[in-house]
Design a protein around this ligand. Structure first.
Ligand SMILES: [Zn+2]
Ligand SMILES: [Zn+2]
Length: 48
């Protein structure tokens, strides 16, 4: 899957998209098991 953009957490090139919140995330901030970002994996709601 091709992702264009930067990780919302660290600003590095993103390699995944969270299937829950749609955030662009890099490997470090992506939970491959669940296919979601770390914030969603931890049950935290994204705060803007
Ligand atoms: Zn990141
Ligand atoms: Zn998420």
């Amino acid at each position: 899957m091709k992702v264009t953009g930067l990780c919302v957490y660290c600003g590095k090139p993103a390699t995944h998209t969270c299937s829950l919140c749609g955030a662009l995330v890099c490997d470090m901030h992506y939970n491959a098991d669940k296919g979601i970002c770390i914030a969603c994996a931890q049950g935290k709601k994204a705060k803007k």
